[in-house]
Structures are given as C-alpha cells and as structure tokens.
Write a protein of this length. Structure first.
Ligand SMILES: [Ca+2]
Ligand SMILES: [Ca+2]
Ligand SMILES: [Ca+2]
Ligand SMILES: [Ca+2]
Length: 465
C-alpha cells in the first residue's frame, strides 16, 4: 500500500516536474560531447545534464601503475571517447562514453584492466505525510524534535546533548546525495562544500531537496528553530552525485567516493559516509565476497576502498520491498545497511516494518523512515517553511549515520575505530525488537543511542549476533 502510494506520488511529481524520485531515467544517445582538454581529477563538462543516462557509459579500471588521467587522455585522442570523471584514489580509472564500435578497442588498449557498463543509481526517498514532534526538552522556541530522534533515543545521549543549546558533535560526515542547500545550511546546519560530481560546480545547491533532508536528520543544529538531528552540529560535507532531477549513476557515485578517499589522504578524513541511494535489484546476489573484483562491480570496488581507509559507510536498504542481497550498495558486507520502520510517536508502540523497505540478510539495523520531518531548501518561501516530511529507507540511513557519528565522537580517545568496530558497537547496543510485518525471519533490531540500555532492555540483556 505504502509502496503503491509512493509510486503514485512519484508519478505525480514527475508529471509536475518537481522531483525525480524513483524514476529510472530513459537512456538517450549522448552524441559526441566533450572532446576538449582534460584536467586530472576534474569533473568534466561532458557529464552535465545527463547524470542518470547510462547508454554507452562505462567504468574503465586501469592497471595499478598506470595514470588514469593519461590513459583517459590517450583514448580520448585516439578513439574519440568522452571522459566524465577520473578516479585516482582506491579505485583507479575513469568513466567514459564509448560508442559501440570503439568498445573492443578500449577493452584491448594498453593499461586497461576492465570495462564495465555504468548503471543508474537513485535516491530512496519520497514525500511523507503528517508529523507531530515528540515531547522533549529539545522543543525549544520553534525547534521541532522529530519523532525519529526520540525513537532512537538521541535525546538520551550525552554526546548529542539535545536541550535547545547549540553544542556541536565533533565528527565529519560526507553526505553523498543531491547536495545540501546553502540557505538551509545557513539556517540550521553545520555544512560545507565537498564536491559536485554532476558536471556543475556547486555542492551547496540542492535542486531536489533529498540531500538537505538527509543532512538535517544526521546533524541539524540544536537551537531554537528548524529541527534537531541525531548528532547536532556535526560537520556535514556535501558530496553531490545526483543532479537537480535526482539523476545519478555509478560513475557519479564513484566520483563522490573518490573525493572521500582523496580527503582521507590530503584533507579532512571523513568519519562516516551516508549513502541514501541504491540501484534497482538484480536477479542474483550482488556481493562476490571479493570486493567486486570477481563480479566486475566497480561500485563495490569503490566502497571497499573507502572501508579500507577506515571510513564507516552507512547506506539505505532500498525501497523495492526486495531482498537486499540483490540491491547495491546494501548488499555489500562492508556497509551498514539500514531498513526502515514506521513510527509516529517516538516510542516502540505501534511500530511496524515499512512496507517499501528492502529486507533480508544484509540488513544490519532498522531505523525510522516514514513521515520523517527534516530540512528543505526554501523555494523562495520564508524560512519558517524550510521543513518537510519524507519517507523512505533514505530517511532511515541518516539516523544510523548520526548514531555512528555520536559513537565515534564519544570514543575519540580510544584510538582509531575501524568501520567493523563501529558497526559492531551499533549492533551491540541496538533495541532487540521484532518488528511487525518484517518480511524475513531475521530481527535486525532498531538503532539506539541511549546512554543506558535501549528501550525495554536491562543492561544485562544486550548481546551481539
Ligand atoms: Ca545541545
Ligand atoms: Ca535546529
Ligand atoms: Ca511508535
Ligand atoms: Ca528482518
């Protein structure tokens, strides 16, 4: 029911030209764009406008000792392919539009290791329904405490300190999404520009609203207006991989992960990456247990590189009501995959597994994902209107990203935390609950950040899987 409603809404939105939720963008011929000079690591103009178009687009991996920019240049000049992104960190290669009659030549070219088709990736959120803030000490002035904050007990976390006073959580979270709106950031976020992978040049432009909403759930400021996030005031880095129509692909996501890896060595090391996105289910399990090398999955190669750099990756389960083993990136064992639950009062009462949410063995935790209130780009309206509710596993994942940021910020003195350690800690402290309507027999439990034991549990009953 919920899924059909979402699909209906998405159709209406597309007709209205407001957003691009769930649309699989039709493949179109790109023509021969972008033959000009090539700058290393730049996002090239050829990518502009058609970020979800994958017809004739490929991800090319080059040999470890080769310079991907030089290989891309050489093939651009000799074969007339057009290159959109160069990847230098972890996964080394480039994305290119390759006409069918040039494909064999690229595959056979020197230093080319693999050539895999690109695929569309989409955000996992859609408009939600009505909302009542939960009763809480953080409801100061006009600030709303969203139900998800109470549901996972972020208001009972001493690192979050939710009380209407702006103290900020010390962690860095990359929001790989549609961008983070500058006006919303000025109003109620501690956000900063990362990279624009869509052919534009403004990570702080969110023409869609999805990324701004996700950012607010992770870390909206604790003050007297807007909303408050799970990890209030955490540093949020906008990594824009979807254009204003919500269109993206593996090549734009890899560009975002490449930036995260570049930052790990040459800038600010991210603690957490949030990816509220997925590609449509395959007809076979995704994870090849070899970081994508056997399955020729460049998406997983990129995720593994980030994981090995010590960055916790949190992803949406996907909204296909499908087994997450078939859905990228939720299927990857390197990520924390988050399913969605429906909650309307901030307590475990009357909760159920969200009908649209993917499920199954890869899911690590559930989090609130129905009718979630968060920030919205202003649309020329007064700032009081910069809020909206959205639903989706896109809204569940940022609750867990915020939880990971709280955990990492609260354990700074304990040495470097590996992504596996962060995942285990969040799993160990989860609320062990059987959600009604959960399609599988595995109770992933609900993320919980109470300083004490989670809802309904004594300290002794906690255990890991
Ligand atoms: Ca506070
Ligand atoms: Ca606020
Ligand atoms: Ca409830
Ligand atoms: Ca389950």
């Amino acid at each position: 029911m919920r899924r059909s409603l979402i699909l209906l809404l998405s159709v209406l939105l597309v007709i209205g030209g407001v957003g691009g939720w769930f649309t699989t963008v039709a493949a179109r011929d790109r023509g021969g764009a972008g033959h000009g000079s090539i700058e290393p690591d730049a996002v090239r103009p050829a990518a502009a406008g058609d970020n979800g178009d994958v017809a004739n687009w490929y991800i090319v991996e080059v040999g470890k000792r080769a310079d991907p920019g030089i290989v891309a240049d050489r093939l651009t000049q000799s074969l007339g392919i057009s290159v959109s992104h160069v990847y230098r960190h972890g996964f080394t290669g480039f994305a290119a539009n390759i006409p069918p009659d040039k494909l064999a030549a690229v595959r056979a070219a020197k230093n080319v290791r693999s050539v895999d088709p690109d695929e569309p990736v989409q955000v996992d959120g859609a408009p939600g329904g009505s909302f009542e803030p939960c009763s809480d000490a953080g409801n100061v002035g006009s600030q709303n405490v969203p139900t998800g904050i109470c549901r996972i007990q972020a208001d009972k976390n001493s690192t979050a300190m939710i009380d209407g006073v702006d103290e900020r959580v010390d962690a860095d979270v990359a929001v790989v999404d549609t961008g983070i709106d500058q006006a919303a950031a000025n109003w109620d976020l501690n956000a900063r520009p990362g990279i624009d992978c869509t052919g534009g040049n403004d990570p702080m432009d969110d023409g869609d609203g999805h990324g701004t909403h996700v950012a607010g759930t992770i870390g909206a400021l604790d003050n007297d207006h807007g909303v408050v996030g799970v990890a209030p005031g955490v540093r949020l880095w906008s990594v824009k991989v979807f254009d204003d129509a919500g269109r993206g692909s593996v090549r734009t996501v890899l560009c975002g992960l490449n930036w995260v890896l570049d930052q790990a060595t040459n800038g600010v090391k991210m603690d957490v990456v949030n990816m509220s996105l997925s590609s449509p289910p395959k007809n076979r399990p995704i994870d090849d247990r070899h970081c994508g090398k056997r399955a020729h999955d460049d998406f997983q190669k990129g995720v593994c590189a980030v994981y090995k750099a010590g960055v916790t990756v949190v992803v949406a389960a996907g909204n296909y009501a499908a087994d997450a083993r078939f859905v990228r990136p939720a299927a990857y064992r390197q990520v924390i995959a988050v399913s969605a639950l429906s909650d309307n009062d901030g307590t475990p009462a009357n909760d159920r597994f969200a009908s649209f949410s993917d499920y199954g063995k890869p899911i690590d935790l559930a989090a609130p994902g129905v009718d979630i209130l968060s920030l919205k780009p202003p649309d020329n309206q007064p700032t009081g209107k910069m809020l909206q509710t959205l639903s989706g596993t896109s809204m569940a994942a940022p609750h867990v990203s915020g939880a990971a940021a709280l955990y990492i910020a609260g354990h700074r003195g304990d040495g470097a935390l590996t992504p596996a350690a962060v995942k285990q800690a969040l799993r160990d402290h989860r609320e062990q609950i059987k959600l009604r309507k959960d399609p599988d027999k595995r109770n992933e439990g609900v993320v919980n950040v109470n300083d004490g034991p989670p809802w309904g549990q004594t300290g002794k009953s906690r255990k890991s899987r």
